[in-house]
Design a protein around this ligand. Sequence first.
Ligand code: ARG
Length: 450
Amino acid sequence: MWKGRFAQDTSSLVEQFGESISYDWRLFPHDVAGSIAHARAQKNAGLLTEEEFSQIEKGLKEIEADIKEGKFEFRTSLEDIHMNIEAELTKRIGAVGGKLHTARSRNDQVATDTRLYCRTQIDNINAGISSLQKTLVEQASKYAGAVMPGYTHLQRGQPVTVGHHLLAYVEMLQRDRGRLNDCRRRLNISPLGSGALAGSTINLDREAIADELGFDGVTRNSMDAIADRDYIAELLFIISLCGVHLSRLSEDLILWCSSEFGFVTLSDAHTTGSSLMPQKKNPDVCEITRGKTGRLVGNLMNLLVAVKGLPITYNRDLQEDKPPLFDSVDTILMVLAVNSEMIAAMEMREDKCLAAASDPMLLATDLADALVKSGVPFRSAHELVGKAVGESVKTGVPLDEMDLAAIDPAYTEEMKSVFSLSTALAARTNPGAPSVENVKREVERWRACL
Ligand code: ARG
């Protein structure tokens, strides 16, 4: 492509070192769409005849079809997807193919392709998250009334329901989707026309190109447009955070399916056995999800470090943006799909959850609240209940069977009514609290919104 200036061929080692076609071939549908829009603008500017434009459009569409069918032979010597397609076009339609690159550089071309790729994948990830949310909502509905302990510091804290616990993840995932939409809106502007860094002396209609490609507008500074990889960093962050959310869900499920907890049964189809211990049933999907999150975070770091020292505008380092991007997109889509399938098939062991929540200690806070309602300041109530708890631990008499009035006259006999799980949950009716009614209402709200 640049033979004019060079007297020597590229070393084959440099060719192998610098190629990106082994991974950026995946940009081909976007590269073709971008080239067709660019060629149409050339035609409208009088740079191509109708006939020439048709030849270019037809040639590009045929190349796209061949790549889709696996019939296209990519050449490492042509470095990347942009030059592979352009060279093949010229081979197929002759010298007119050489007109396509007028008023364009691979720098604005790759920026365009990558934005289009990100946009498509944001929509796919959004759909993947949405179906995982739907799965969680249906399980939350099934277990809306199933009482379980809620934990802080991994110590039993207060009773909640399985439904409330699962809906917590639906909230997190909804924030991930909000961030995806925000990122999509910000990235959806067309860099085409920025050229190598300084635009072109040949002015094509940038707005028309942007329109054809579904962009909402055009970039306002050619240098920024070429140097900018913010949208990739944003997307890699969003994917990382979504991975972190799913990693925390995985950790909950790993604990829940241990013999120590026994709260959930994962299906045989979503667990694996041991090659040595015949009794084992392992939550590998959860563990791999947790493990892959390290990779997602690593990909974000990879890009940030690659970009941090680069003077604007284009530097070849930027070619390193795509392996972490593609890897994170592939990984999160797979993680979402497999988790959705696994969670749809899991069964909660409601008896075990209830038994774990049945320790009256979990209602110690409710007892303090009862003292508060009778006029005791919360700090004093906390201390009084703390004394009762200490007594219970020392004597082994359960909190709900103790003679509380003997500890302090502030206690009354009716206060023992707090030691009922159904009363405790029914009392938690404020928005966001885990009463069964609230969970059912939230399930309906999510069903409508998803
Ligand atoms: N393969 C390159 C990349 O992904 C395309 C842009 C090349 N531009 C250049 N000036 N060498 O970044």
